[in-house]
Design a protein around this ligand. Structure first.
Ligand code: SER
Length: 583
């Protein structure tokens, strides 16, 4: 069965069981700067798991594009992926354990045709926070899971939460027996030897965890996730996802192009190529911070491994074309963004080639110095300087260190890198706050105008627009926002007109205080939500705008006067800047 068939079967099955099919959210979370990428199907659904009604009802299903980057260094082995697709179904306070387990069992055994003896399941063994899940265990027994195929584990294995705080609960996981020999007489799903592969996770989300501990949510939810690549691999009897139709064409092409051999390198190239293409297609661009840096690392690591296999780097566009053709049935957006993806990756490749040449020269100078001192260690400080001044990737420094038989302190580098990131983030935050701190009459007006401009841009250009920065003086406002292309005269005019209309509509500006979670659930705009405390101030301008903000603001939009855009220009890659005045 091909991946697309598995996906379609899944969505149809749950549709037939009363679920609405909802679209995959973008990989780059909307309104949530606190996480880099969407990492699970539940992530865009948090407000609804917390109790906000979902417009599509209480039963939902989707396929969700996900990127998880904590395992980036593991890619190249036979299973790790940075991008994957998660099939999911949700009950938002509707069905619970029994129906969820029944549906999962039916889907696995009837729709996918997996023999029951190949299935094992795990349930939560219980602790002080939550009782042993005898209900789930009984449901599994009742549907037909074989004796001896139900295991009880603790929080490490059978409890699910995204990060440290949020909705969570005990889960039940389904495992597929690959038929490989047991690693020991005690071989079981949790041992990780590869005989059992986890295929589906149903989380019974009825708790909320914060710093103080666990409380019960308003409703009992179910959140499930099934990894498409893994299921495809297992049903096709393949050893790795790279042997399925998702990766095979690119893997074969790499084999044909390579002049040196390494299956790990081929996997890294194929995997990172797909990930980068998906991220770019959803609006990501390479940079030196956060998301942009992840994308940069993926592309650069791919290029390094192309070098390692001695593949002509010009072949990258051929590989992209091939991958668009391979994946466009699963992700039609790739076809739409084919040229854009090529342009972004080629530009990054060109930058990287230059960086590599220059960085390697600097690295060699450092090595000479270290040797002259009779030392053998490359300090984290040197790794950081090469990175910070020349953009030389730490991973490459590490490779070169090994080649030169030197030791290298990556921990020290990581500390320095973290400190650097925090400093830049705080800096950006400061700029943002800097505007807000001043309280003159004009500045106050500009603050409110900023919110109106943000809302107007979203209406004129699309919901992808988010604030990336702002700076206000008595004379003018500057507003940076995510958008790819130059605004047309028409778009500028529409934006101005809209802001001026709202000004003449004389809309009251209300100041509200609420819990951070509530603000997130109401989809309030926020640039640095992680920087705010538990209780946040939100400014509401009619139905037009809802933004986390410290203020101050005018009390009615009619106070602003006439809004005029003076300039629209590029600020950085994927970010535009507007300078505007109130007259
Ligand atoms: N949220 C759970 C997971 O990511 C189930 O979807 O595994």
């Amino acid at each position: 069965m091909k991946a697309i068939e598995i996906r379609n079967k899944y969505l149809n099955f749950f549709k037939n069981h009363g679920h609405s099919i909802i679209p995959s959210a973008p990989l780059i979370p909307e309104n949530d700067p606190s996480v880099l990428f969407t990492t699970a199907g539940m992530q865009p659904l948090v407000p609804y798991l917390l109790g906000e009604p979902h417009p599509e009802g209480k039963r939902l299903t989707d396929y969700q594009k996900c990127v998880r980057t904590n395992d980036i260094d593991e890619v190249g082995d036979n299973r790790h992926l940075t991008y994957f697709e998660m099939l999911g179904n949700w009950s938002l306070g509707d069905y619970f354990k029994e129906e969820s387990i029944k549906m999962s069992f039916e889907f696995l055994t009837k729709e996918l045709g997996i023999p029951v003896e190949k299935l094992s399941v795990t349930v939560f063994e219980g602790d002080k926070d939550c009782p042993r899940d005898e209900v789930a265990a009984k449901c599994w027994k009742d549907v037909g899971i074989l004796d001896g195929h139900i295991y009880y584990y603790g929080k490490d294995d059978n409890w699910w939460i995204a990060g440290e705080i949020g909705p969570c609960g005990p889960d039940t996981e389904m495992f597929y027996d690959t038929g490989k020999p047991a690693c020991s007489p005690n071989c079981q799903p949790s041992c990780g030897c590869g005989k059992y592969v986890e295929i589906w996770n149903n989380v019974f989300m009825e708790y909320y965890k914060d710093e103080k501990g666990y409380t019960k949510l308003k409703q009992q939810n179910v959140d499930t996730g099934l990894g498409l690549e893994r299921m495809t691999m297992l049903l096709q009897g393949k050893e790795t996802p790279f042997d399925t139709e998702i990766f095979k064409p690119v893997m074969d092409k790499l084999l044909e192009l390579q002049k040196a051999d390494s299956v790990e390198s081929r996997r890294i190239i194929a995997e990172h190529l797909r990930s980068s293409m998906m991220i770019i297609s959803d609006g990501g661009r390479p940079s030196n911070l956060d998301r942009g840096y992840v994308l940069r690392r993926l592309i650069r690591r791919m290029i390094r491994h192309m070098n390692k296999l001695q593949i002509d780097l010009e072949k990258i566009t051929e590989l992209i074309d091939l991958n668009v053709d391979t994946l466009k049935e699963l992700y039609p957006d790739l076809e739409k963004n084919r040229e854009l993806i090529k342009a972004v990756i080629v530009e990054e490749k060109n930058k990287f080639v230059k960086t590599l040449d220059k960085g390697e020269r600097e690295f060699n100078k450092e090595i000479e110095k270290i040797k002259a001192q009779g030392k053998t260690e490359i300090t984290g400080e040197i790794v950081f300087r090469l990175y910070d001044t020349y953009g030389f990737p730490p991973e490459v420094t590490k490779d070169l260190a090994i080649e030169n038989k030197m030791t290298i302190s990556m921990n020290e580098f990581n500390e320095l890198f973290k400190a650097h990131q925090e400093k830049s983030r705080a800096g950006a935050n400061q700029k943002f706050k800097g505007g807000l701190a001043s309280t003159g009459e004009m500045e106050t007006k500009y603050h409110t105008a900023t919110h109106l401009l943000n809302a107007a841009l979203k209406q004129v250009l699309g919901p992808h627009v988010h604030q990336r920065g702002s700076n206000i003086t008595e004379e003018r406002m500057r507003f940076d926002f995510s958008h790819d292309s130059k605004m047309t005269e028409e778009e500028k005019k529409q934006t101005e007109d809209l802001v001026n209309k709202w000004i003449s509509d004389a809309i009251p500006v209300e100041k509200l205080e609420m819990k951070k979670e509530e603000a997130i659930a109401m989809k309030a705009e926020a640039m640095f939500i992680e920087k705010y405390g538990d209780i946040v101030t939100v400014y509401k301008i009619g139905d037009i705008s809802l933004e986390l903000c410290g203020g101050p603001h005018v009390s009615n939009t009619s106070e602003l006067g006439h809004f005029k855009i003076k300039k629209e220009e590029s600020s950085s890659s994927g970010v535009r800047r507007i300078k505007a005045i109130l007259e």
